[in-house]
Design a protein around this ligand. Structure first.
Ligand code: AMP
Length: 355
């Protein structure tokens, strides 16, 4: 067990790091953040924050010297930056990042562990695109293999003709068949070094424009029926990676069962409801797992829960939401600019406490 007063290093400076740092402070730890220049809203909640590029060897060495354990809040931290840190500091093996950074690698990994992803084909260059569309069929989605998030770096393809009109992004891509689904859901687990694993209830996740808009509990009968198989896959993936901390897998609930979409080796937007809605939040259990503390319970505390993201300028009037019915719990991330499509905060409403 990492003693109180020890220092947790967090790679990445966004809202996930901010909420992780708040949980760490509550447990008596110090937190040092590390991220390149940007709107690093995690810094507000950190004891110290190092603003440096991912390839700044001196800064990474200073960061490492100050930390007792290191985690990340962002899956696109370059693997080289993680490799520059002494491996004894890493709470979780870097393999989790390597797999999750590449859509092809994560789909192959899920397949290898018994999961069912959407039909897919690698598209290494523009020349391979028509062949991939012919093989997988339409409709489909072309996605950059790396770096895309919240629907960015994605192009819907309605027909082969439409595919010929898409300006190929010039980086390796993946082409996926379009899945017809009833709803999306996520499995969020926390795993300790000794393999002990706990799951939170799975929310139904509603996306708008490729970005999560709302997460809802109860998730409905179809999701509930598919959760056991989805959890089995998530547990096998976590075990294969030697995973420590919170891991998220996202699924489409289809009539034929759960289709794996992607994984995030970190706390997840669809788990923000756990702050008020579960016995222990995803942030706290992540910190507990990486520090070797006993895990907290993951039981849902209310009959109904809704987490809604606050996006762009909506944040400017967010305090007024506190007067609305349904016990809204407001979380604003302190971002400087309320740009369109930017996650600025979230609000969680709960109904009827469970006994
Ligand atoms: P992703 O970045 O892969 O999570 O994609 C963002 C969102 O786009 C997903 O949450 C879905 O709403 C939608 N989407 C992505 N891939 C597919 C697919 N193969 N079929 C249908 N919808 C998809």
């Amino acid at each position: 067990m990492l003693p109180p007063g020890s220092t947790i290093g967090i790679l990445g400076g966004g809202q996930l790091g901010r909420m992780m740092a708040m949980a760490a402070l509550q447990l008596g730890y110090r937190v040092i953040g590390y991220a390149p220049e940007g709107d690093n809203v995690a810094a507000d909640a950190c004891s110290a924050f190092l603003t440096a590029e991912w390839d700044d060897a001196d800064a990474l060495a200073r960061f490492a010297a100050a930390c007792d354990v290191v985690t990340w809040e962002f899956e696109n931290v370059p693997v080289a930056a993680v490799e520059a840190l002494p491996s004894r500091l890493l709470a979780c093996p870097k393999a989790a990042l390597e797999v999750a950074q590449d859509r092809l690698a994560e789909k192959r990994f899920a397949l290898a562990h018994g999961g069912t992803p959407a039909p897919f084909a690698p598209v290494g260059s523009e020349a391979e695109f028509p062949e991939a569309v012919a093989r997988i069929g339409t409709p489909g989605i072309l996605k950059t293999a790396r770096e895309g998030y919240d629907g960015k770096g994605q192009w819907r393809v309605g027909s082969a003709l439409e595919a010929s009109g898409i300006r190929f992004p010039g980086v390796p891509c993946i082409y996926e068949g379009f899945i017809t689904y009833e709803t999306e859901f996520s499995v969020i687990l926390v795993r300790c070094k000794d393999g002990q694993t706990r799951f939170w209830d799975s929310t139904a996740n509603l996306h708008e424009g490729g970005m999560l808009a709302r997460s809802i509990l109860p998730a409905g009968a179809l999701v509930e029926a598919q959760v056991p198989a989805a959890r089995d896959l998530a547990a096998r993936v976590a075990e294969a990676l030697g995973y420590v901390g919170v891991l998220t897998l996202e699924f489409f609930a289809t009539r034929d069962g759960p289709v794996f979409n992607e994984m995030a080796p970190r706390v997840h937007n669809s788990g923000h409801w756990t702050i008020e809605g579960a016995a222990t939040s995803q942030f706290e259990n992540h910190i507990r797992a990486i520090c070797g503390l006993p895990l907290g319970g993951t039981k849902t505390r209310f009959e109904a829960i809704e987490m809604r993201n606050i996006v762009g300028e909506e944040a400017l009037a967010a305090h007024a939401m506190l007067a609305e019915p349904g016990e809204p719990h407001l979380h604003l991330y302190g971002k400087a600019e309320a740009r369109e499509g930017r996650k600025m905060g979230h609000v969680t409403r709960v109904g009827h406490a469970l006994p």
